[in-house]
Design a protein around this ligand. Sequence first.
Ligand code: NAD
Ligand code: MG
Length: 413
Amino acid sequence: MVSEGDVAPAEAPPPGRRISVLGATGSIGRSTLDILRHAGPEAAQVVALTGHSNIAALAEAAREFRAEIAVTADPSRYEDLKEALAGTGIEAAAGERAVIEAAGRPADWTMAAIVGSAGLAPTLAALRQGTTLALANKECLVSAGPLFIEEAAAAGALLLPVDSEHNAIFQVLDRPNRAAVEKILLTASGGPFRDWPLERIAKATPEEAVAHPNWDMGAKISIDSASMFNKGLEMIEAMHLFGLTPAQVQVLVHPQSIMHSAVAYVDGAVLAQMGAPDMRHAIGHAFHHPARAPLPVERLDLAAIGALEFRAPDEVRFPALRLAREAMEAGGLAGCALNAAKEAALEAFMDRRLPFMGMAEVVEEVLGALAPFGPASTLDDVFAMDVRARAAAGERIAARFRAAGLGKGAAFA
Ligand code: NAD
Ligand code: MG
């Protein structure tokens, strides 16, 4: 007979682990540093911190955590970084190659939190040295899912999902009964435009799109949440991460962002993970895995919350969900094309060169033009498709801008 006493408690990771944070100056990066701060100086020895334009924040973090090396991805900022670290003994480096090199330095735990497909090569470099990889950069799995999972297995790296939904699924996945998973319920807050009519969404500005009601995140992912492209990317991410079929991935709108996602089993049981909407929960979970440790996050008061709401998603107002499903079904490089076209369209929306609904229209046109999609067999296939899809999106965005009679100084929205 098995009693509770027979189950050994999970062991906490050893103190003094070597830790790197890729994208240390961003929203996830800063929350990761907060978790390290909370864990105390004995918990970690920081190897590499990387950033891009915010040199002051990168240098300050490197000084605080006594990092071995700080790297900016922007080569033109090398002198600034070097100067900011003068006299500290912390190595300074700059450029894409330097970020990849730093990511590949031996570490026991690496946070991958660079935004967009720029995170792909550095995250792979970290993965290849067999680290425990806390993965926030969902674009790695969207663009190169099977390749990425194979590389992780080959290197003996442990992938811990940090996206809150995937982290929730990871926490409630009944591993010995893996085959009994019927589907996953990927929750979505619905973003700031959840209840807006289509005509109003069509006129949405970048300022309106960036204002997420529940989560405090970087600008790009906030806008992706408003269009629901973020949820679309997460559908593809979940499919690869948990080895699911497209039909097993279901999106569920849940405005309060309390239930972070759930897994439904063949016996009708639905296991959900709940918590306050704070990314430090998922990051802290990945940091202390396989143990659980106190985290600096708000405790849930379910009685005060009172009721949790759920509803089906609307694929007409949010076509990103349909496009993501089509990309999942197409397979191969379709996810990469979707993400790259979306990144180009997102930049254009942020620059006011494309209206809000134009993002999904451009992505749909690019997917149509580039289909059928071959397999993502090598990283070169992925990079080549990324470039092609961005170029195809760029042409369409420019053509729309011209057709709308807009020139220099004029803008949509
Ligand atoms: P952010 O924009 O706040 O930060 C991005 C980080 O990437 C910064 O450190 C920046 O310096 C770095 N960076 C930007 N461009 C770069 C480049 N070309 N090369 C190298 N580094 C570059 O973004 P974020 O919100 O922290 O998101 C990071 C990743 O985590 C994204 O993939 C996002 O989808 C994912 N994610 C974020 C959240 C969240 O709550 N913010 C939740 C789930 C998943
Ligand atoms: Mg998420």
